[in-house]
Write a protein that binds this ligand. Structure first.
Ligand SMILES: [Fe+2]
Length: 189
């Protein structure tokens, strides 16, 4: 089930130029901006790589037309799609925040009154499909989980990484980080 480095490279090559749902950026721009926001905040390399790869599940789950969660009626559960492929080859500090980044949105809506107002229309639309805003109990429980703080940080970069033309380092910069962490899995495959 493990994904190869070449596969990651190819997925970005094929799906990177495609639009990120109905947002005004491509999937490549979105990944680069997410990772760069993390890097600018001084996040760990693991979390920067998590930010870069957080929507890999969209790419793995894309059909030939590149449909993603928002162009289909149902939630594509993209946060989980990539996990079985990533877990055998990347540390938990990369994999877990990716798996938690959608639930982090539900949590942030519950704990930060300003957060929901900053969501894009696409992200507001998908919120209901993804289970809606956390209850206070759900939010408290989520925040107790390992890597929850990382997932909440990643989520905020995800939401901001939708700026057309925003300058970032190139793909190769983050692919080098991906390569460095590849093979440092937390669990044996
Ligand atoms: Fe995203």
């Amino acid at each position: 089930m493990a994904i190869e480095l070449n596969d990651i490279h190819s997925l970005f090559e094929i799906y990177g130029p495609r639009s990120y749902g109905s947002e005004a950026v491509t999937q490549m721009e979105h990944a680069l901006q997410s990772a760069y926001l993390g890097e600018q905040e001084g996040a760990s390399k693991e979390l920067v790589v998590a930010a870069f790869l957080h929507d890999l599940g969209h790419m793995l789950g894309s059909n030939k037309r590149g449909d993603t969660e928002t162009t289909r009626k149902n939630d594509d559960l993209h946060q989980f799609v990539a996990l079985p492929f990533l877990r055998p080859v990347f540390p938990s500090a990369v994999v877990e925040p990716i798996g938690m980044h959608v639930e982090a949105k539900r949590c942030l809506c519950a704990i930060d009154p300003a957060y929901q107002g900053g969501l894009s229309p696409q992200s507001v639309r998908s919120l209901e499909q993804q289970g809606g805003i956390h209850t206070p109990e759900q939010a408290a429980e989520f925040q107790q989980k390992p890597f929850a703080a990382d997932a909440l940080r990643l989520r905020r970069w995800d939401d901001l990484a939708k700026v057309p033309g925003a300058p970032t380092p190139p793909f190769e910069h983050y692919f080098a980080m991906v390569t460095e962490l590849y093979g440092r899995q937390s669990t044996v495959a």
